[in-house]
Design a binder for this molecule. Structure first.
Ligand SMILES: C=C(CC[C@@H](C)[C@H]1CC[C@H]2C3=CC[C@H]4[C@H](C)[C@@H](O)CC[C@]4(C)[C@H]3CC[C@]12C)C(C)C
Ligand SMILES: C[S@@+](CC[C@H](N)C(=O)[O-])C[C@H]1O[C@@H](n2cnc3c(N)ncnc32)[C@H](O)[C@@H]1O
Length: 355
């Protein structure tokens, strides 16, 4: 081979490698790049141990021990998955019904804006985002409503990511992020004009505890809306296939136990809320929320190869391949749960704290 061909071949392979690793698979323009995948706040050499530790939670037999350990276990989970979520999904860690003619990003934003529209808040009001992730919904909601949003997440790495994104988006005046447990929030009674949680309270070992906290920090007359992960009326606890799907969803999403849809309003009333409206937003005519997961299957394989290469080269921490594989498997359980109609991630409940 002459020198020119050698140079051209090297440039082609190098360029292809750069494209495959640095560009491909980033969920949004300027989103998280594959070369920057990390274990969140966990040191690189501890990612594998933390992943193994995550699984030990599901082997613990005692319910009480489990309940106390849930926030720490959820924190570990988000250290492990936050970068992969941002890289492969975007800054909003939730589902939304597919909307014909709209992109995933647009459908996501519409789903988020719907939440704040239900709260009847006005510019200048202060609202709470319980379980805010890296703040995708918070930014959309602040920009749409003009209200200022305080988000809380148990995971410190997410606080840093969200704060960075808020600044970059020029929304740091309206959006604030606090690290803390939504089961005992560092806010005074009657602080917020409204509150919402998007696919987050499913991590609470007892829904009553988080709803009671939200009730406490809301001003009288304030509204609260939540998108809940629940099993539907089609779920049959005696059906082995159903049970396997639901347990698969719990294992891959750090859930201490999925609730049945009928539990939600019951708990809301128990802590003192008036239930204004309740609806599964996944019901027809809404288009399936799981099509985005299904369509991504080829991209997941490509991502998996990429993660394996990066781990092999020592660029991604050891253990990232296992975390990615866990998500891959979870995507399948979620899709099955949606197709079988036994599970929904968008059971909406709208509540009011009485005057
Ligand atoms: C509300 C929660 C999270 C919901 C979703 C945001 C995530 C649930 C499953 C995740 C994913 C599955 C497959 C991943 C894929 C293998 C990878 O290559 C790229 C990222 C995924 C698509 C990832 C993205 C986020 C989810 C869809 C729970 C935790 C309560
Ligand atoms: C699936 S993410 C959803 C994030 C955000 N609502 C969104 O839609 O992008 C769930 C969020 O709930 C938070 N969370 C779970 N348990 C928590 C707890 N006990 N206290 C505070 N935040 C918690 C997680 O840290 C994470 O940010």
């Amino acid at each position: 081979m002459d020198t020119l061909s050698l140079l051209l071949t090297t440039a082609l392979i190098g360029g292809g490698f750069y494209w495959f690793i640095c560009i491909l698979g980033s969920a949004e323009r300027k989103g998280k790049a594959a070369v920057n995948l990390s274990g969140g706040s966990i040191d690189d050499d501890k990612v594998q141990d933390n992943y193994n530790n995550y699984w030990s939670f599901f082997k613990t037999p005692k319910q009480i021990e489990k309940t106390e350990k849930v926030p720490a276990f959820v924190d570990t989970f988000y250290n492990l998955v936050t970068d992969i979520y941002e890289w492969g999904w975007g800054q909003s860690f939730h589902f939304s019904p597919a909307l014909p003619g709209k992109s995933h990003l647009e459908a996501t934003q519409i789903h988020e804006e719907m939440a704040v529209d239900l709260l009847n808040v006005k510019p200048g009001d202060k609202i709470l985002d319980a379980g805010c992730g890296v703040g995708g919904p918070m930014r959309a909601i602040a920009a749409h409503s003009g209200a200022s949003v305080v988000g809380i997440t148990i995971n410190e790495y997410q606080v840093n990511r969200a704060t960075l994104h808020n600044k970059k988006a020029g929304l740091d005046k309206l959006c604030e992020v606090v690290c803390g447990n939504f089961l005992e929030m560092p806010f005074g009674d009657n602080t917020f004009d409204g509150a919402y949680s998007i696919e987050a309270t499913c991590h609470a070992p007892k829904l009553e505890d988080v709803y009671a906290e939200i009730f406490r920090v809301l001003k009288p007359g304030g509204m609260y809306v939540s998108y809940e992960w629940v099993t539907t009326e089609f779920y049959d606890g005696e059906n082995a296939e159903h049970v396997e799907i639901i347990q698969g969803i719990e294992r891959g999403d750090a859930l201490p136990g999925l609730r049945h849809y009928t539990d939600i309003a019951e708990v809301a009333k128990k802590v003192g809320f008036e239930v204004v409206k309740e609806k599964d937003l996944a019901r027809p005519p809404a288009q399936p929320w799981w099509t985005r997961l299904k369509m991504g299957r080829i991209a997941y394989w490509r991502n998996h190869i990429l993660v394996m290469i990066l781990s092999f080269l020592g660029i991604a921490p050891k253990g990232t391949v296992d975390v990615h594989e866990m998500l891959f498997v979870t995507a399948d359980y979620l899709t099955k749960g949606g197709e079988a109609k036994i599970f929904t991630p968008m059971h909406m409940i709208l509540c009011r704290k009485p005057e």
